[in-house]
Each structure stands twice: as structure tokens, then as C-alpha cells.
Design a protein around this ligand. Structure first.
Ligand code: C5P
Length: 248
């Protein structure tokens, strides 16, 4: 979740009107973005949220924060009780922990994300965010939400107004991840990153519950060979047309 969507009252906050009473409003416009690791969906989601003044939730952070809490407790990410306990302890502060980006946390998050009880626990938080996007900086009530992950268009928000499936070749995604890690000063060997990524893709795609998949009504954007600006333009056009169709 971006810092803007995560102020003071946390990600479950509901907008209030000037008089302090709960505001009555129509169902928020939801943009669901799914795709594999390092496909560019995170950057795209952040930029789209900014462009359309929507709240943003990076749902991967919920799984990563759960994983970090489990690892910090010395527990096994494959242990359902430990993983559910971790999911219940997520706080806005945990979602901002810099250790969430480590490869060890990524690996553990993909292991515990296959557990149905963990997914059920995190589903409620994500649906609540979609139904009540938190107020943005400057107390602006967002007119919608952008949520990115693996199962947003298929399970979390099957009624989303726009569904995008963002993908790229494994080689391109591994290259991007290596660059990102090196920019952060972390050591990264291309072959290792590619192997870990393929392993995580397989676990995410083959799990029984809510596997990584494009919803039948999603628009697929293959970002191989495209830069972030080109992807942003394509996605912005799709959203602008959907907003016009919804007369928003
Ligand atoms: O998107 P990110 O790489 O941060 O996600 C970390 C892991 O969390 C993924 O590999 C996946 O196993 C899990 N995840 C998920 N469903 C989501 C978002 C993330 O299973 N909606």
C-alpha cells in the first residue's frame, strides 16, 4: 500500500464527511492488476493510482508482512497456525518495513500464500480496502482503488471495473529484478534470480487456492520490450475509457 493510502487511521479507515459522520457513497471504481513477479505491475499500479487519484494497495505486501512476522518469530512459513497468527498481526507499520523486499521474505511469502487459511484472513482486508478506499493525502476521498497482486481480478474483486493482467518474459523479469536489487545495493546473480523467480512463479501458478491467473475478462499487457511509460499510457487509456463508460 502506498504511504498516501495508509495514513493515521491505517488501511481499514473509512472516509468521513466534513461533519465527521460516515459518508454515503456509491461503490468505488476498482482497478484490479494481476501478474507474475517483476512484471512491472507494482510500478504501474502506483503510477495509475497517482494519475487517477485512487487509493493503492499492493496486496503482495500483506503476504510479505505476514512472512516477515513468521520468520521473525522463528516459525515455519508452511505451518498454517504460525502463518495465520502472522497474518492477524499485520499493522500499517509492518507494511512499511524495508525488509519486505528481501528474497528470503519473497520466498516465504509464496510458501504461506498457498495456505487457504492465510488467504481467507487476508481476503477480508483486501475486500475492505476495495469497498472503502482510505482517504488520500489532503483528506481527499478517492473515487476508486487500484489493487495489484495475483488473484485480484479472479477472487478478491471479481466485479472490478477494470482488470489488467501484466506479464513479461521470465528473462526480462529476471533482468529487471537484478537491476532493482543492485540499485538497492543487494548482491544479485542473474542465474540465481531467474531460478528463484521460476520457482516462485510455479508455486503461485500451480497452488490449489487462488492461483496466479488472468481473469477471463482481463486485458493482458505484455511488457516485454516496453518501457514503463508505454505501459502506463496503454493502461491509462483503458481506465479513462472505462471511467467515461461509467460516467465518472
Ligand atoms: O507481489 P509480490 O511479489 O510482492 O508478492 C509476494 C508473494 O505473495 C507472491 O509470490 C505470492 O505468492 C503472494 N501473493 C499472493 N496473492 C496476491 C499477492 C501476492 O499469493 N494477491
Amino acid at each position: 500500500m502506498t504511504a498516501r493510502g495508509n495514513r493515521d487511521r491505517g488501511h481499514l479507515a473509512r472516509p468521513r464527511d466534513a461533519g465527521g459522520t460516515l459518508a454515503v457513497r456509491v461503490r468505488p471504481f476498482v482497478v484490479a492488476i494481476d501478474g507474475p513477479a517483476a512484471s512491472g505491475k507494482g510500478t504501474l499500479a502506483r503510477c495509475l493510482a497517482e494519475r487517477f487519484s485512487f487509493a493503492h494497495l499492493d496486496s503482495g505486501k500483506l503476504y510479505r508482512a505476514t512472512a516477515l512476522l513468521v520468520l521473525a518469530a522463528g516459525a515455519d512459513p508452511a505451518d498454517p497456525d504460525a502463518a495465520v497468527a502472522g497474518a492477524r498481526r499485520i499493522s500499517p507499520a509492518a507494511l512499511g518495513d524495508p525488509r519486505l523486499t528481501s528474497e528470503a521474505v519473497a520466498r516465504a511469502s509464496s510458501i504461506l500464500s498457498a495456505l487457504p487459511a492465510v488467504r481467507a484472513e487476508l481476503l477480508t482486508m483486501q475486500r475492505d480496502f476495495a469497498a472503502h478506499p482510505p482517504v488520500l493525502a489532503g483528506d481527499v476521498t478517492p473515487r476508486g482503488a487500484v489493487i495489484d497482486g495475483r488473484d485480484i481480478g479472479t477472487v478478491v474483486c471479481p466485479d472490478a471495473a477494470v482488470k489488467l493482467f501484466v506479464t513479461a518474459s521470465p528473462a526480462m523479469r529476471a533482468e529487471r529484478r537484478v537491476k532493482e536489487l543492485r540499485e538497492r545495493g543487494a548482491p544479485a546473480i542473474y542465474g540465481d534470480v531467474l531460478r528463484d523467480m521460476k520457482e516462485r512463479d510455479a508455486r503461485d501458478s500451480l497452488r490449489r487456492v487462488a492461483p496466479l491467473a488472468a481473469a477471463p475478462d482481463a486485458v493482458t499487457i505484455d511488457t516485454t520490450g516496453l518501457d514503463a511509460g508505454q505501459v502506463f499510457e496503454q493502461a491509462s487509456d483503458i481506465i479513462a475509457r472505462a471511467l467515461a463508460a461509467h460516467r465518472l
